[in-house]
Design a protein around this ligand. Structure first.
Ligand code: KG4
Ligand code: ZN
Length: 335
């Protein structure tokens, strides 16, 4: 089965072709970062308009790269939510129209399920693909969740953030220290040169039982530290390192607890913050210590992309799911 995947939930236009026989055939992501940079954040209306401009050319380009014609497609998967309503409607409208014209099924995919299944997509891991049951840590700009995956399609929420998502905390903290948008990856880069332990921040909500997170207090701690210290590149890097260590430690502590609670030893990490090098190293060390394993998608498939949507859609289509022809999106949607 050859499935086209379309992702337009936020500020990335992602298109990919996934073949259930041979794997990922092609994928392309167009990022709107430059468009939104001068506003310091995503402007929804500009995002929708840019998806309108970029989506069809990107579909054409991806089909050429895959060496396919649209008539070869067996299905079209698209992100139906959660996300920005106008941006979602662009992807949903194009996906549904294309599926209708080609007389193939269209399938609505939950953006976070796409992230969650991404680590199962390729065979890069010599230990083979992780098989459920496992625990998934979903860490993106909009979500921080621990999910027990009993089977593909059977998910139990174990814990989530009560305020800022981990990626949002990275972005907001970067902004208050004057780093350019989008701050998360820049802050992580700066942290590479920072010294550990010069600035010590709390590991929020780790001193009590439970699997929920709270990251909003951390940025206030960073703000105070930044305001009270002498401004220099060294200070900024040391604060970035202190902040990153606090987030990474907190995530690792809760992942260990979640694995204990779910009684399993396999952890799968997905979402943009999953690209963070220190998080990857810390969770790998944690898994080694327990004799378990942790799987990450390659960094390019951690952040928003069409490949994860094509893959999640292919699994659902293979399981016989399809829908009526209405163009429906769900901006707020529990997985
Ligand atoms: O999954 P994603 O691309 O979009 C959402 O669905 O939100 O995640 C984007 C988030 C942003 O908040 C970004 O700052 C964060 O992932 N991010 C990182 C890194 N790369 C992306 N955070 C920490 N370290 C990174 N290397
Ligand atoms: Zn995402």
């Amino acid at each position: 089965m050859i499935v086209l995947g379309i992702e337009t939930s936020c500020d990335e236009t992602g298109v990919a072709v996934y073949d259930t026989a041979t794997g990922l055939r092609a994928h392309a992501v167009y990022s709107q970062i430059a468009l939104h940079a001068e506003y310091g954040g995503v402007v929804p209306e500009l995002a929708s308009r840019d998806h309108v401009r970029k989506l069809l050319p990107l579909i054409r380009q991806t089909m050429v790269e895959a060496g396919l014609r649209v008539g070869d497609l067996d299905g079209v998967a698209y992100t139906a939510g959660p996300g920005l309503v106008g941006a979602l409607l662009v992807g949903a409208g194009v996906a549904r129209s294309l599926a209708w014209a080609l007389d193939v099924p269209a399938i609505a995919v939950h953006h976070m399920e796409g992230h969650l299944l991404a680590p199962l997509m390729d065979d890069a891991d010599p230990r083979g693909r992780p098989e459920p049951p496992f625990v998934a840590l979903l860490v993106s700009g909009g979500h921080t969740q621990l999910v027990a995956v009993d089977a593909i399609g059977r998910y139990r929420l174990l814990g989530e953030t009560l305020d800022d998502a981990a990626g949002e905390a990275f972005d907001k903290t970067a902004k208050l220290m004057g780093l350019p948008y989008p701050g998360g990856p820049q802050l992580a880069k700066l942290a590479e040169t920072g010294r550990p332990g010069v600035f010590k921040f709390a590991r929020p909500m780790t001193d009590r039982p439970g699997l929920d997170f709270s990251f909003s207090g951390l940025k206030t701690q960073v703000l105070l530290a930044w305001q009270q210290s002498e401004k220099s590149e060294t200070t900024r890097a040391d604060i970035a390192r202190g902040f990153e260590d606090a987030v990474v430690d907190t995530l690792a502590i809760k992942c260990t607890r979640a694995l204990d609670a779910a009684g399993c030893d396999t952890l799968v990490v997905a979402g943009g913050v999953g690209a963070n090098r220190r998080l990857r190293a810390k969770l790998a060390a944690m898994a080694d210590k327990r004799g378990g394993r942790v799987s990450f998608p390659p960094p390019a498939l951690c952040t928003d992309n069409g490949a994860m949507i094509a893959f999640a859609g292919a699994l659902r289509l293979q399981a016989g799911q399809h829908e009526d022809a209405s163009v429906r999106v769900t901006p707020r949607w529990d997985m």
